[in-house]
Design a protein around this ligand. Structure first.
Ligand code: GLY
Ligand code: MN
Ligand code: MN
Length: 441
C-alpha cells in the first residue's frame, strides 16, 4: 500500500488553493456503508478526499482557507480512544495529525460544526460537493446561515470543487502513473491465474476467485469494481456480476475485472473460448473486435479528441458487421442512424484513475476536448449478439466479446498500453489455454 506522503498531498492542496482564488473549501470523508445490519463493507475513502490528504480513516474532514492568516489547511479527525480503537481499529488522533498529514491545525471531528464558522465566517464562496451524501449536504445547509452576521455576508455561492480538482485528477502525476502500472501488473497476474480456472464444467465464481485471490495476495487491494465473469449468453448483459453459472463447452467466457492498487483502478476485459479453441463464428467476431480495439488504441494520442477513438471503433465495427451479414447498407448511413447499436450499445472507453469511471470533463463547451499527456483511458469495444437475433446467422447467437485495455497518453503524446502484458491475440490465448488444460489432466 502506498505510504502517506504528506509533501505530495501538500503540493496538491497548494495547487488547488492557488486555483480557488480565495474562499473556503470543505472535503468530508465518505461515510462507512452498511452491508447487512451492523456489518459494514470494507471502508474505501472518497477519492477527492484521498487525493488531497492520503488519509484513509472515516469520520474526517479537510478544510482549506487559503487567505487565513495562520491556518490555511485544517484537518478534523477521530480523537484517540483506547476503547473504540480496541473494537474498530487504530486512529491517528488529533495530536499527531498536523505532523503526519502536514496540516496547520487539527481538531476532533466531533467539533466540526462548532469550529467551521471560526474559519469560514465572511468567505465569499464555499467549495463543497453538494448532492453526494445527504448528511453532508444537511451539515453545509445548517452551516451557511452561521457564516454571516449583521455586518458580514454569508457565502454568495456554494461551488463544486470538481471544476478545479477533477481537472487535476484527470492528468496523472508520476506517483499516480506508478500506482496505475502496479495495478496493471497485479491485474495481469490475476488474469494469468484465472486462465487456469477456465474449463468446461467449471464455474464463473471460480474464475472470479482466481482473479481476486491474486489481487489481494499481490496488491492487498479489492477489485476496483464488481468483477464480470460471464459465460455464454451472460456476456450479453453488460453489467452481469452474479457470476454463479457453469462454464459450458463451446461457449465464450467474457471477463471484465481489474485490481485496485493504492486505491488506483485497473479495468480490463478479455474473452476466452471455454473449450480452448474459438469456433469459426467466435473467431470472426473476436478478430473484428480486436482490430477495432487495436486501431482505437492507436488513436489515444495528442492531436485527437477524447471521442475520436470511439468514432473510429464504431466505423471499424460497423463495416465489419456489414461483412458478417448482420447489417445491410451504407456504413455512413448505418452509423448516422445508429443501427450498429443493436450489437454495440456502449461507448469505447472512459477516463481511469482513483475511480474506475474517473472524473474529468469530456467536453469543453459543446466540443469534445483534445487528448492531453497524462490522461488515462480505457479502450473497450465489444459486440453482443442476442440469442435469436433476427437476420443474423444462428452460429453467432449468444456471442458476446469485449476486449479492454488501459492506455496512458505519455509525455510524448503517444499511447502506452498499461495492460499490454495480458495476452489478447487469439492464437496466444488458445496456446495458453492448451497449456493450462495439460496441467488439469
Ligand atoms: N468495468 C466497467 C467498465 O468497463 O466500464
Ligand atoms: Mn471494464
Ligand atoms: Mn471500462
Amino acid at each position: 500500500m502506498a505510504e502517506l506522503d504528506n509533501a505530495l498531498h501538500a503540493k496538491r492542496r497548494e495547487r488547488f488553493m492557488a486555483a480557488m482564488a480565495g474562499g473556503g473549501a470543505l472535503f468530508l470523508a465518505a461515510p462507512p456503508q452498511v452491508r447487512t445490519r451492523d456489518t459494514e463493507h470494507r471502508y474505501r475513502p472518497d477519492s477527492d478526499f484521498y487525493y488531497l490528504t492520503g488519509f484513509r480513516e472515516p469520520a474526517a474532514a479537510l478544510l482549506l482557507v487559503p487567505e487565513h492568516a495562520e491556518h490555511r489547511v485544517v484537518a478534523f479527525v477521530q480523537p484517540k480512544d483506547p476503547h473504540m480503537e480496541t473494537w474498530h481499529g487504530r486512529r491517528l488522533g488529533v495530536e499527531a495529525a498536523p505532523a503526519v498529514l502536514g496540516v496547520d491545525a487539527a481538531y476532533p471531528i466531533e467539533d466540526l460544526e462548532a469550529v467551521l464558522p471560526r474559519y469560514l465566517s465572511g468567505v465569499d464562496r464555499l467549495y463543497f460537493q453538494l448532492g453526494v451524501w445527504r448528511d453532508h449536504d444537511d451539515l453545509v445547509v445548517r452551516l451557511l446561515p452561521r457564516l454571516g452576521s449583521r455586518h458580514v455576508l454569508p457565502p454568495e455561492a456554494v461551488l463544486s470543487p470538481g471544476s478545479i480538482l477533477h481537472e487535476m485528477r484527470l492528468r496523472k502525476d508520476p506517483v499516480e502513473i506508478d500506482l496505475m502500472r502496479r495495478a496493471a501488473a497485479v491485474t495481469a497476474a490475476g488474469y494469468g491465474e484465472a486462465l487456469a480456472a477456465i474449463r468446461p464444467g467449471g464455474w464463473e465464481y471460480q474464475v472470479q476467485a482466481a482473479l481476486e485471490h491474486a489481487y489481494r495476495r499481490l496488491g492487498g487491494g479489492d477489485s476496483a469494481y464488481n468483477a464480470i465473469v460471464a459465460a455464454g449468453e451472460n456476456a450479453i448483459i453488460l453489467h452481469y456480476h452474479e457470476n454463479d453459472c457453469a462454464l459450458r463447452d463451446g461457449d465464450l467466457l467474457l471477463i471484465d475485472s481489474g485490481a485496485e492498487f493504492g486505491h488506483y483502478a485497473c479495468d480490463v476485459s478479455r474473452t476466452y473460448p471455454i473449450s480452448g479453441r474459438f469456433t469459426a463464428a467466435q473467431r470472426a467476431v473476436y478478430d473484428l473486435v480486436l482490430r477495432a480495439q487495436e486501431e482505437a488504441i492507436a488513436r489515444v494520442r495528442v492531436g485527437e479528441h477524447v471521442k475520436g477513438y470511439h468514432e473510429h471503433a464504431v466505423r471499424v465495427l460497423t463495416a465489419g458487421m456489414v461483412e458478417l451479414g448482420w447489417l445491410h447498407g451504407d456504413v455512413d448511413h448505418l452509423i448516422e442512424t445508429e443501427a450498429y447499436k443493436r450489437f454495440y450499445m456502449h461507448g469505447t472507453g472512459h477516463f481511469l484513475g482513483l475511480d474506475t469511471h474517473d472524473v474529468g470533463r469530456y467536453k469543453a463547451g459543446d466540443a469534445w476536448r483534445p487528448i492531453e499527456p497524462g490522461m488515462v483511458f480505457t479502450v473497450e469495444p465489444g459486440l453482443y449478439v442476442a440469442p435469436g437475433a433476427s437476420g443474423v446467422d444462428p452460429a453467432f447467437w449468444g456471442i458476446g466479446v469485449r476486449i479492454e485495455d488501459d492506455v496512458l497518453v505519455g509525455a510524448d503524446g503517444q499511447p502506452e498500453n498499461l495492460t499490454a502484458a495480458i495476452p489478447k491475440a487469439p492464437d496466444a490465448i488458445e496456446a495458453l489455454l492448451a497449456e493450462a488444460f495439460l496441467h488439469h489432466s
